[in-house]
Design a protein around this ligand. Sequence first.
Ligand code: SF4
Ligand code: SF4
Ligand code: SF4
Length: 202
Amino acid sequence: MLKITPYLGVLVVIVSVFGIWEPKLGYFLLIVFAALLLISPFRGRWFCGNLCPRGSFNDFWLGKISFRKKIPGFFRNIWLRVVVFVALMGFMVFRIIGTEGIVDKIGMVFVTMCIVTTLIAILFGIFLNPRTWCSFCPMGTVQRWFGGKRYQLKVDSSKCVDCKLCHKVCPMGLNVNEMSHKPDCIKCGRCVKVCPKGALSF
Ligand code: SF4
Ligand code: SF4
Ligand code: SF4
């Protein structure tokens, strides 16, 4: 299984910082949107755990300075996700329509989105958990809607000894062996790797 790399997080910094001077860098977000839309109907939130630059930034960069508290259930609430989705996507579409099609200005809308969401991710990532943002990120919500039932993690309960090691390593804070349906699993494979009984598989 492909593993997310710390180096992908550099792309978040490049777009958020250098995008202020070169707004065309904002169009990189379209590549990210396209990739996750193509993958999610087949593999759910696989992109989040294996290819997303901000996922990498959260895991490896924020992970070094995070208080690593448990992600409160509130951040997974579907209504919060809908509100965040409508607010951010509505803001983006509104700004794009208002720019009258000028390439750099539209690029700057994407850069602004990247800066705003990165700042939110940093705030929650430091004071709560590195992946707090990923619990209600609009792009994570879209992948959940498109493929939440795809490529599910399987638990062999005859092998499981309920040691809960899988809970401890799950970046999304899921109770891995206690849930039959995991639409927010990002398919990172860390629980599979840590399970001493080989009870988990995809
Ligand atoms: S939830 Fe959003 S920011 Fe987090 S890994 Fe998925 S697409 Fe990236
Ligand atoms: S790590 Fe394996 S054995 Fe331990 S609780 Fe998770 S699935 Fe069960
Ligand atoms: S359940 Fe396992 S594969 Fe899914 S996000 Fe948690 S650790 Fe990663």
